[in-house]
Design a protein around this ligand. Structure first.
Ligand SMILES: [Zn+2]
Length: 374
């Protein structure tokens, strides 16, 4: 049997909200067996905790380590930062299910560039196959995985901007149901991304019903985080109230000048929904910058068919002025990303991997929107 471990004289913050206390901690058989003053014994391994804090592991409920876990059991050294549990598959971005079709897989990798790396060959197609690869790799954290609505929708109906047929709807629900039975902890949707944003509220209510049956979590990257923020939050709250699904609003924020100082109004809406019987929580990141893939700046309707089609549209000189206008001013239901952004507030990071297919997009941006940004 492993030797007992005693961490001595650490400042213990136990996570309950109570004040830190100076304490020893006795660990045995993977459990905390004692707190307070522990008398050392000969068989103990002693760790000097003087001058250090000791806390339970942190839980990161919003990560995109889906692919990086497959080449490294602890991507980005999360453990070294004290994170012992994390949730992947956020923003509709799970790397499964995939059609057994290399062209389709490349299309999905283009969309999921935010989480992808060329270091991993995408050999899986289904959740069980992906899970088996994770197990084979070995993961040194507690990992919970969400299935992405966009991934399911792309699998069933590609990047079509329309409602699913009855048959497609049944297929979407069947895939979701099976994954929830087989261990994913819930569903995520990225309503700022293709093809998720082609799903209307009614479609999302149907998906929420399936998640509710399994008592899973439904995590929302909401439809708009800027000018359309309030209607986007209200959409999520209406789904939460109507279905009773356990709801998480991902990276809650009030972006855009019009929303400065309005977070208390958003919180009041969430509290009111919870008083009316909804079960809504949220997470937020502790900095004022945001990060996404470049596709986010182009309006949803130009993404139909996938990124290759988007790039074709950008090369179409008759269409380009309209795209530019929409990018600058937005349109009902979609608020512009760059309209009020200053040039120095936007940073591009081009990798060799993403650069290949984004070169056209960057060039377009540089030539056409440059004057405005300056
Ligand atoms: Zn997101």
């Amino acid at each position: 049997m492993d030797r007992p471990i005693c961490i001595q004289n650490a400042m213990v913050i136990d996570g309950t909200g109570s004040s830190p206390v100076l304490s020893d901690i006795l660990l045995k058989d993977d459990r905390i067996q004692g707190l307070g003053s522990i008398a050392p014994t000969a068989d103990m391994e002693l760790i000097d905790g003087r001058g250090m804090f000791c806390t339970p592991g942190f839980i990161d409920v919003h990560t995109h380590s889906d692919i990086s876990f497959l080449y490294c059991g602890n991507p980005s050294g999360h453990i070294l930062q004290g994170v012992t549990s994390e949730v992947t598959g956020n923003c509709g971005y799970s790397p499964f299910p995939l059609r057994d079709d290399l062209q389709f897989i490349q299309k999905r990798r283009n969309s999921l560039s935010l989480i992808d790396t060329p270091l991993v060959a995408w050999k899986w197609r289904t959740w069980p196959q992906y899970k088996a690869l994770l197990e084979q790799q070995g993961v040194n954290e507690n990992l919970r995985v969400l299935i992405g609505y966009g991934s399911i929708r792309a699998f069933v109906m590609d990047y079509d901007n329309r409602r699913p047929t009855a048959e497609e709807q049944a297929q979407i629900e069947a895939i979701l149901d099976e994954a929830l039975r087989d261990g994913v902890c819930g569903l995520s949707v990225g309503l700022g991304y293709a093809p998720d944003f082609y799903a209307d509220t009614e479609e999302l209510i149907k998906a929420a019903g399936v998640v509710r049956r399994h008592n899973g979590i439904f995590a929302f990257h909401v439809r708009g985080e800027r000018l359309t923020l309030f209607q986007a939050i209200k959409e999520v709250l209406s789904i939460a109230l109507k279905t009773g699904v356990r709801t998480e609003i991902s990276h809650l924020k009030c972006a855009g000048k019009a929303n400065v100082g309005r977070m208390h109004e958003i919180l009041a809406l969430i509290e009111e929904a919870n008083r009316s019987g909804a079960d809504v929580t949220f997470d937020a990141y502790p900095y004022t910058a945001g990060c996404s893939y470049l596709g986010l700046v182009f309006p949803p309707k130009y993404h139909e068919g996938g990124i290759a089609r988007l790039l074709e549209r950008l090369r179409d000189s008759t269409l380009l002025p309209r795209i530019l206008r929409d990018m600058e001013y937005g349109y009902p239901g979609w608020s512009t990303f760059i309209g009020e952004q200053k040039k120095q507030q936007i940073f591009f990071r081009l990798t060799a991997f993403t650069g290949r297919w984004w070169a056209a997009g960057i060039q377009f941006w540089g030539l056409s929107v440059k004057a405005k940004l300056e």
